[in-house]
Design a protein around this ligand. Structure first.
Ligand code: HEC
Ligand code: HEC
Ligand code: HEC
Ligand code: HEC
Ligand code: HEC
Length: 168
């Protein structure tokens, strides 16, 4: 249904006429004081906590099971770790507040960018390993995507990002 409306729209708009949707936000409040900086100092790779299972459109955030691999023993006297442990025992996941959210009419795939385009996490999320709290530093408005697509000679056609697409 949306695709039909889209065709009419695409004919009239151009990237230049669209509003600039670059909103850089401070880090949102999170249910637990999780620090990427401290965990990166433990030598943990991103993929330990952010696997990208097929089809790789989304990056997951590890469940409490992964956390408890260390936190059964590490920092058990901390109230935050006690809350983490209680959630784990109750079979609940932590309700993290999303930092990066893209409109659902936009097609985006992590795996395509990481494998095919060979861009690093930092190109879109900044130097997360040095952050205590993750803030939205990167502009994921259309202008933000387009800027890199122009620089890297990636596709610029409206339908690449806006057509309804399958997993590949
Ligand atoms: C490889 C082991 C390891 C894994 C896996 C791990 N952590 Fe940690 N975590 C640590 C260590 C070590 C510290 C203490 C770091 C420091 O204080 O410098 C820590 C500290 C923390 C703290 C701060 C505790 C406090 O009060 O100071 C929180 C919260 C936390 N981790 C949450 C998590 C969550 C949530 C996960 C899973 C997504 C996770 N951790 C996975 C090792 C780990
Ligand atoms: C020990 C587990 C762990 C490791 C290792 C880890 N992360 Fe995370 N990551 C989390 C957790 C938990 C959250 C949710 C809380 C938050 O936003 O800080 C998160 C959130 C994020 C977010 C924000 C997601 C959103 O909601 O938009 C990004 C981006 C991110 N991580 C990137 C990275 C990158 C890049 C690396 C490697 C440099 C990395 N992470 C390593 C556990 C981890
Ligand atoms: C080309 C830009 C780009 C690259 C490269 C990239 N991301 Fe993302 N990431 C995004 C966008 C856009 C979103 C929001 C996706 C959404 O809302 O569906 C996002 C969301 C996330 C999330 C929140 C969960 C989700 O999928 O919505 C995590 C966690 C994350 N990224 C981790 C990573 C990690 C780890 C890497 C490197 C291995 C990485 N990202 C590389 C653009 C990127
Ligand atoms: C850091 C640079 C960079 C950023 C930022 C970036 N892209 Fe890309 N993107 C690329 C490159 C390079 C390719 C080309 C991959 C190839 O050659 O197939 C690509 C390819 C794509 C494709 C085509 C994948 C396919 O099916 O062939 C889509 C869709 C896409 N990007 C959407 C987005 C969206 C949406 C955003 C913003 C949230 C974004 N990109 C941000 C570099 C980037
Ligand atoms: C590289 C990916 C990409 C390409 C190519 C692209 N867009 Fe977008 N577009 C986006 C993203 C991402 C958003 C959503 C921004 C947000 O949520 O803040 C968006 C949003 C929009 C919106 C909604 C604006 C609003 O007010 O929310 C329109 C209309 C639009 N695009 C039209 C187009 C047209 C027309 C073309 C072809 C000239 C095009 N787009 C090409 C990524 C792309």
């Amino acid at each position: 249904m949306f695709a039909v409306a889209w065709i009419g729209f695409a004919g009239e708009a151009s990237a230049q006429q669209l509003p600039n949707l670059s909103i850089i936000r401070p880090a949102p409040e999170q249910p637990l004081p999780f620090s990427h900086k401290k965990h990166a100092a433990q030598g943990l790779e991103c993929a330990v906590c952010h696997p990208m299972p097929d089809p790789g459109v989304f990056a997951e955030i590890a469940g409490t099971e992964v956390c408890m691999g260390c936190h059964v023993q590490v920092k058990t006297d901390s109230p935050a770790i006690q809350a983490l442990t209680a959630a784990h025992r109750a079979g609940k996941e932590i309700d993290w507040t999303p930092v990066y959210v893209i409109a659902d009419f936009v097609y985006f795939s992590h795996r395509k960018h990481l494998e095919r385009a060979k861009v690093t996490c930092a190109a879109c999320h900044g130097d997360v390993a040095s952050m205590d709290a993750v803030a939205k530093e990167f502009n994921i408005s259309m202008a933000g995507c387009m800027q890199c697509h122009r620089e890297t000679e990636a596709p610029l056609g409206c339908s690449f990002c806006h057509e309804t697409r399958g997993a590949d």
